[in-house]
Design a protein around this ligand. Structure first.
Ligand SMILES: Cc1cc2nc3c(=O)[nH]c(=O)nc-3n(C[C@H](O)[C@H](O)[C@H](O)COP(=O)(O)OP(=O)(O)OC[C@H]3O[C@@H](n4cnc5c(N)ncnc54)[C@H](O)[C@@H]3O)c2cc1C
Length: 405
């Protein structure tokens, strides 16, 4: 086996591990796949967050043999959207969604990040993927291959290097790829809340002047919150003592699910938006947060990353089956053409939503509430939105349809 036929993936989180499994499925064991990430040494995963996985991405995990191993996933069975001020006594519901894309298939599931990561690692180990608990230090590319240097001193000759190394991607920087975007001056406070009553699988998005306050159902009487505030307010809230934090929480969460209690320490994640100016360079492809970061307002960040994974895996596997070198420029071009437009469109949509909903303007409030009311009264429009949110519209890669590569 010539060593240059390896594919090296830098970053062993959601995007990197899912891509490794997709390559293994489509390319077989003849092409070695190496995943390098120092975080692989930390098992089980300590990630306290939870993520909404939309139907198309659940299909991808099913096709990769991972979904069955993800314990405690909670289907989102319906969703309500409200729009009010913090001090308003009631939260009028402007929009409701029943949560199925087709009968029996919820449009999304809530999954705890640590359970998903651990399931991906276990599956990668079972598939014999070469997992290295070390960083990628640097690389040198040339027309016919790429030399990858790991932090433990190992050198790997590869045909293709994947940057799945997150928002602050060192490989993107090394390739000289700039990004276009900005900080929102908002943070997302993430905390798990226990409550007395059952949420019945309902997700709630409360549009408050500081930004969206999302209550996302977890198994048991628990929900995961993504609570948007300005950066300074988020820093103040997360530094509060238990009792004061509880008061702030109750003001927003309310008591419709009975008594509530924070089950873990609230953490604030600074929010920003960017898209890489190119998703590819010589012998290099960017996937997931290395290529784009969007506002969590629609819970689509990772889902976009998994669309990258499905599209890149498909073009690489199709090329390899025709005997074409998978790191060749025209193969990577095909990936970029497939993903860049979709990514820009989602960026525009989430930026507009955040602008429209994270403010107190009476005019904008009237406009958006009329809009929400109109959508609520138009079932075909609602089902279009559901399919869009579930990742089932547009040119859908095979893995996202649940088909093997
Ligand atoms: C508050 C909040 C809520 C969110 N909610 C949702 C949601 O509901 N739904 C959704 O779809 N998305 C959501 N997202 C977005 C989602 O969390 C991210 O899109 C996702 O984590 C990105 O995964 P990734 O694998 O691309 O990158 P990351 O998870 O950032 O992983 C990158 C990996 O690369 C490794 N790495 C870095 N440098 C190197 C190196 N030099 N060598 C080797 N390894 C390296 C790191 O150790 C890390 O493991 C949310 C984000 C936030 C902030």
């Amino acid at each position: 086996m010539p060593a240059q036929r390896s594919i090296v993936i830098c970053g062993g989180a959601f995007a990197g591990l899912a891509l490794a499994l997709a390559f293994r499925q489509g390319l077989g064991a003849d092409i070695p796949v190496v995943v390098a990430d120092p975080a692989l040494a930390v098992r089980p995963s300590p990630d306290p967050r939870a993520t909404a996985i939309v139907a198309a991405c659940r299909r991808l995990f099913e096709a990769l043999g991972v979904w069955d191993q993800v314990s405690d996933s909670q289907p989102i069975l319906d969703m309500v959207v409200t729009d009010s001020r913090l001090e308003d006594a009631t939260r009028p519901v402007f929009l409701t969604f029943a949560g199925e894309v087709v009968p029996g298939e919820p449009f999304a599931h809530m999954v705890e990040n640590r359970r998903l990561i651990d399931a991906l690692v276990a599956r990668a180990e079972a598939e014999g993927i070469d997992l290295r608990a070390t960083a990628v230090s640097t690389y040198d590319s040339r027309a016919d291959g790429v030399t990858v240097t790991l932090a433990d001193g190992q050198i790997i000759e590869a045909s293709l290097l994947i940057a799945a190394d997150g928002a602050r991607s060192k490989l993107r920087e090394r390739a000289g790829i700039f990004t276009h975007g900005w900080d929102y001056d908002q943070s997302g406070i993430v905390v798990t809340v226990g409550h007395e009553r059952d949420h019945h699988g309902r997700a709630e998005e409360h549009f408050l002047p500081a930004g969206p306050f999302a209550i996302l159902p977890l198994t048991g009487n628990r929900s995961s919150l993504v609570w948007t505030e300005s950066r300074t307010e988020a820093a103040r809230i997360t530094a509060l003592g238990e009792a004061e934090f509880h008061d702030e929480l109750e003001k927003r969460f309310g008591l419709h699910l009975g008594e509530i209690k924070a089950l873990d320490k609230p953490r604030a994640f600074p929010l920003g938006y960017f898209v890489a100016r190119s998703f590819i360079a010589e012998r290099l492809a960017l996937v997931g947060d290395a290529a784009h970061v969007i506002h969590p307002i629609a819970g689509q960040g990772l889902n976009m990353g998994l669309r990258d994974v499905a599209a890149l895996a498909e073009v690489v596997v199709d090329a390899a089956r025709l005997g074409i070198d998978p790191g060749q420029a025209d193969v990577l071009d095909r990936y970029q053409r497939w993903r860049r437009f979709d990514t820009m469109a989602m960026g525009v949509a989430t930026n507009s939503l955040n602008f429209l909903f994270s403010n107190e303007s009476t005019l904008l409030r009237t406009v958006r509430d009329i809009g929400l009311g109109l959508v609520d009264r138009a079932p075909p429009l609602k089902s279009l939105f559901i399919r869009q949110a579930a990742g089932l519209s547009g040119e859908v890669p095979r893995l996202l349809k649940g088909e093997a590569l």
